[in-house]
Design a protein around this ligand. Structure first.
Ligand code: IDP
Ligand code: MG
Length: 140
């Protein structure tokens, strides 16, 4: 057994859903060895978007980010596995797709720093916070 088993919150953002990349993104996380625990297609309303991105409230791109994340359906997911938070983040690639390494999701499919296809928790604390924002206990 591993001691480093974690759960992480992953979301295919509206551009990823709109471009038909849900299967590709899920497939890459599965091939990495992570396990899909929960998933739902949903619309993020403004209140949930603001809570999800509260740490960016003072950033110049905040209002645009809220508009983007509420612009269409997303796929909200929980994935688990050994060091799942870091594993998912490295499968996703750097925030700015221009800087993301080819072979990562953002490096292979993106060019836009905002519309970068996918969200992944960046720490255990944010994973817990984000999972409980998006999923009720009986959905997990
Ligand atoms: P992350 O998604 O890689 O964790 P964060 O810094 O947490 O990156 O930023 C959250 C999201 O805000 C990014 O995924 C992206 O959609 C958007 N974002 C980040 N930096 C910028 C920026 O400089 N301009 C516009 N949007 C940005
Ligand atoms: Mg982040």
């Amino acid at each position: 057994m591993h001691d480093d088993r974690q759960s992480t919150f992953i979301m295919v953002k509206p551009d990823g859903v709109q471009r038909g990349l849900v299967g590709e993104i899920i497939s890459r996380l599965e091939r990495r060895g992570l396990r899909l625990v929960a998933a739902k297609v949903m619309h993020v309303d403004e209140s949930l978007a603001k809570r999800h991105y509260e740490m960016h409230a003072e950033k110049p791109f905040f209002s645009s980010l809220i508009e983007y994340i509420t612009s269409g359906p997303v796929v909200a997911m929980v994935w688990s596995g050994d060091k799942a938070i870091e594993a998912a983040r490295s499968t996703m690639g750097a925030t700015d797709p221009i800087e993301a390494t080819p072979g990562t999701i953002r490096g292979d499919f993106g060019l836009d720093i905002e519309k970068n296809l996918v969200h992944g928790s960046d720490s255990e604390e944010s994973a817990h916070r984000e999972i409980s924002l998006f999923f009720a206990d009986d959905e997990l």
